[in-house]
Design a protein around this ligand. Structure first.
Ligand SMILES: C[S@@+](CC[C@H](N)C(=O)[O-])C[C@H]1O[C@@H](n2cnc3c(N)ncnc32)[C@H](O)[C@@H]1O
Length: 275
């Protein structure tokens, strides 16, 4: 099919974001980029994507907002509880054999997934030996993750998810309610490091025993997915675990042979010994 004018404008805008700000969205699924840029164009009140590009190039202040439009920030505490149950029941017994642990939550959004793991690790007695890395490309999401403050209206769903994941404590032990917000306990963050890291352009930064990367790869094309899984493979220690969650899979990945299925339904993999 011929490229439309809008397709051309989108590719030019993505090129501009890369050249000026080093954000590389070129390998994201075109359908989702188109949808998101249309929303951004409307939000910023511009008649065309080219005009949006003009603003993005000349106003660095709008960049974090534009990045928020280009990335999907939906998350929850203990989102997809079956995944956390599988981590708790099947992965944790292996992790307990390590004297120290590093966990990488790639595409951590506003911190919900990382705090869920921090709570789970506390319940399982692993917290004190663990460092958590939460990485994302969205500055707004990372700032929220650092703050650890969420809308109180979301908490009943978090609580229900926590219970369904096999939670051994009460979620209310971990936050204080104030002015419509749930402020999560700073102690959950004392072993967490949040940082800007792109699965598209950055390199491996630590050796870890568990990578949790859910609902991120779906936005990438096949080459980018392979790049990201290659990063996970290189950063995992021997026999380390990769959790992708039930919606994604390594089936078509160039690195599939490096991993064995560990909990099939939740797409939790274990890196093979020699890989
Ligand atoms: C739908 S959220 C997933 C949040 C969480 N992992 C979960 O499953 O609940 C997708 C996240 O991926 C992040 N993301 C998108 N592209 C990325 C990239 N190249 N590197 C790292 N994170 C990225 C987005 O900013 C967003 O926070």
């Amino acid at each position: 099919m011929d490229e439309t004018t809008e397709d051309i404008e989108i590719r030019l805008l993505l090129e501009a974001l890369l050249r000026k700000y080093h954000y590389d969205f070129r390998g994201y699924s075109m359908a989702s980029m188109t949808r998101r840029l249309r929303q951004a164009r409307e939000h910023f009140g511009e008649p065309t994507i080219s005009r949006l590009q003009d603003r993005a190039l000349h106003d660095p202040g709008m960049l974090p907002k534009l990045i928020s439009f280009l990335t999907v920030q939906v998350s929850d505490f203990f989102r997809d509880p079956g995944y956390f149950r599988a981590i708790r029941e099947s992965v944790v017994p292996h992790l307990k054999t390590y004297p120290s642990l590093k966990v990488w939550v790639a595409g951590c959004s506003a911190g919900e997934e990382l705090y869920s793991l921090a709570i789970l690790f506390r319940e399982e007695g692993l917290e004190e030996r663990t460092i958590f890395y939460g990485t994302d490309i969205s500055p707004e999401a990372l700032a929220k993750a650092e703050a650890g403050v969420y809308d109180l209206g979301r908490v009943p769903a978090f609580t229900e998810n926590h219970r369904a994941s096999g939670g051994k404590s009460s979620l209310s032990d971990y936050y204080t309610a104030a002015y419509g917000a749930a402020v999560f306990d700073r102690s959950l963050r004392k072993r967490a490091v949040f940082s800007d890291h792109s699965l598209v352009t950055d390199a491996v930064f630590a050796e870890v025993q568990l990578v949790s990367c859910r609902n991120v790869l779906i936005y990438f094309d096949r080459d980018l997915q392979d790049r990201a899984v290659g990063l996970f493979k290189d950063s995992l220690s021997r026999k380390g675990f990769l959790g992708l969650g039930s919606k994604e899979s390594l089936r078509f990945s160039a690195h599939a042979d490096a991993f064995a299925e560990f909990v099939r339904a939740e797409r939790i993999y274990q890196k093979r010994g020699g890989a």
